[in-house]
Design a binder for this molecule. Sequence first.
Ligand SMILES: Cc1ncc(COP(=O)(O)O)c(C=O)c1O
Length: 386
Amino acid sequence: MFESLVRFVREQYATREFIPLHAPVFAGRERELVLETIDSTFVSSVGAFVDRFEREVAAYVGAPRAVATVNGTAALHVALLLAGVKPGDVVVTQSLTFVATCNAIAYCSAEPAFVDVDRRTLGLSPQALEGWLDAAARLDADGTCRLRQDGRAVRACVPMHTFGHPADLDGLLDVCRRWNLVLVEDAAESLGSLYRGRHTGTVGRLGTLSFNGNKILTTGGGGMVLADEALGARAKHLTTTAKQPHAYEFVHDEVGFNYRLPNLNAALGCAQLEQLDRFVDAKRALAARYAAFLCGSDLQFVAEPAGCRSNYWLNAVLCADRAQRDALLKATNDAGVMTRPVWQPMTRLPMFRHCVRGELPNAEWLEARVVNLPSSVPPGAPEDAR
Ligand SMILES: Cc1ncc(COP(=O)(O)O)c(C=O)c1O
């Protein structure tokens, strides 16, 4: 089985060379726009491409405002501050995520509380969230959600759209409304994915994207905060050293961050954005071929949740058990086809081991079984996306 999978992947990429998990594709005007910034000398914190990239991403996803940042972790940090997260607070998230989600919570001097994921969406489970809140939290008369055990405020909830598959946002919105939690979507992996027709990252109060080199669209390194006009203006202020506009004076009215995306990176992003629809189509077509190939095998392809359109950032399979997972990882990597297990649950990491948590059976079950398969846009993909 594993040899035929290796053969199948090699056919998709038409190469006998090493096949990475996800490589960027620069098939459009990347060189032209990046050279334009170099010729203009505006490579850093001033320049037209940042504004253009922000406008175009906001229009693409249908957000009132998009604010570009140096990376997705910085975007999450700022989004959590805008959500009102304060030192000593608790922020609910999923234990099966990339560590950056939890690091951003820690940057606010807050602590993550871990709730289980849904096996179908791989994202935060509304049922698990509700069950955990019922058992571990109370709502004060002033509407603040607090942990019963020590009275800490539970301020926000951060689901993550794992591998591009949208989490159950309606269910999560409903629970968050009843418990007065601000919903912040970590949409780092899901640019181009739709939840019931709406772009992920635009359904909650705030959303964040990543444009790291391994994402569907890259700026080299970069991120974005998606917000309404008012929070977007605050995000812009906070990410640009909290400087008030002035022709020449340096007036900073609070401690801000140097989180602004450089113009050079934004130029790359503008060129990539012109190809995003084709990247999504190509990745969805690849996912359909994986699904057809794996149908009837003992590896179960992870398909998009009902009612959603996934960008299939990373294709994934579920193995029967950990032994099969390990065998698959070894066979494919030995053959020069890169595959990877899912992240270790955050509750196993030393800095988050002590954090409050609900029961996490699905995260543990998935960790033992999930393997990601090569997912770059293949050569000769629809409409020559490469
Ligand atoms: C789920 C998730 N959250 C946050 C991030 C952080 O993004 P960045 O690497 O741009 O800081 C990433 C990706 O790297 C991610 O996959």
